[in-house]
Design a protein around this ligand. Structure first.
Ligand SMILES: Cc1cc2nc3c(=O)[nH]c(=O)nc-3n(C[C@H](O)[C@H](O)[C@H](O)COP(=O)(O)O)c2cc1C
Length: 324
């Protein structure tokens, strides 16, 4: 059974990659994920809001970042873990030494300040690719969608020009004209599009008058939005497509592939079931394909995309007309 695929310039034996999360904070876990067959690993994102401009400035004034924090603690529990720029690079180097699979570093932010030079350091530290998480809370009443998008495009363009390794953009599902924005990213040369970021849940404690934030694990229902987005882009952009969010079963991987994804990024499924689940998923994938007489994922990739089905409007209408 041929499960091979290609993502961000690397040929991969299958499409199951570990999405950006705390899973890759620990080197033993990183090795275990590789042993269980992860095709690639995305590191936790270095967040712009965790790194103040001042810290970034200081960082760039240091002469030799490479050697300065060999003993930096990279294994703190997630709540405490806010890796600074130096520690992040060190962690990346250690992960690269620990495994042979491609390692994708991740940056979260939308300002150009510092990120281009930093992406270059990630490249030097051995990252096989960089994933830019283009998160923007969109809560500023003075900033228009056009301005936000222009800034995001600028970040991607600058980073693309600044480094040789491939660059992926991880998008939120909240763009008004999502396919148009994705194609503009494609036009500035982005190598991969990751569909989509998942948000923290926000709730209000009405007695204590507090805003509560939590990060809940997903389930397969989150896949729907991503299938539609991948199906809209498949064959229309050069960038390879990754679906991340709601991939839990072998059937989810099949659906993602049919929509047009080259890879699927998993986090919640691995947190729920352990790294061994990667192995299970892979064999269930091969089993399903054998049952339904598919010999490769390549032959089904995008076969359910807008371009390839007779009635793409079936994807388009998201509201309830059919019941009226
Ligand atoms: C515990 C946890 C930690 C995460 N940490 C990050 C992170 O540091 N950076 C990031 O870009 N995404 C992070 N994510 C989001 C995932 O990369 C990804 O978008 C999504 O969770 C993948 O979908 P899934 O959880 O349905 O597999 C995290 C998700 C979880 C559940």
């Amino acid at each position: 059974m041929n499960l091979e695929t290609q993502y961000l310039g690397s040929p991969l034996p299958h499409p199951l990659i570990v999405g950006s999360s705390s899973l890759t904070n620990d080197l033993d876990m990183v090795r275990q994920l590789e042993d269980e067959g992860a095709a690639a690993l995305v590191l936790r994102a270095l967040h712009e809001e965790e790194i103040t401009g001042e810290q970034m400035d200081e960082f760039f004034q240091l002469e030799n970042h490479g050697e300065s924090s060999a003993e930096a603690g990279s294994y703190l529990p997630e709540s405490e873990l806010a890796l600074g720029p130096d520690e992040y690079l060190e962690h990346l180097r250690r992960v690269k030494q620990a495994v042979n699979v491609p390692v994708i570093a991740s940056l979260c932010g939308t300002s150009t300040c510092g990120w281009v030079s930093y992406a270059r350091l990630l490249e030097q530290a051995g990252a096989d690719a960089v994933e830019l998480d283009l998160y923007h809370s969109a809560s500023d009443v003075l900033t228009s969608a056009a301005e936000v998008e222009a800034q995001m495009l600028e970040v991607v363009r600058e980073v693309k020009h600044g480094i040789k390794i491939p660059v992926a953009a991880k998008l939120s599902p909240l763009f008004t004209a999502f396919a148009n924005f994705a194609s503009r990213l494609d036009a500035v040369g982005v190598d991969g599009l990751v569909l989509f970021t998942r948000f923290h849940k926000v709730d209000i404690d009405v007695v204590e008058l507090e805003v509560l934030r939590s990060l809940q694990l997903s389930d397969s229902s989150e896949l729907q939005l991503r299938l539609r987005a991948a199906a809209a882009l498949a064959g229309r952009v050069n960038a390879s497509l990754a679906i991340g969010g709601g991939v839990h079963t072998a059937l989810d991987v099949i659906k993602a592939t049919m929509a047009g994804a080259s890879v699927t990024q998993l986090v919640s499924a691995i947190l729920k079931n352990g790294p061994r689940y990667l192995r299970t998923l892979r064999s269930e994938l091969a089993e399903w394909m054998a049952t339904y007489e598919w010999s490769s994922l390549g032959e089904m990739r995008g076969n359910m995309s807008f371009q390839r089905i007779p009635n793409p409007a079936a994807y388009e209408r998201a509201t309830y007309r059919m019941f009226h």
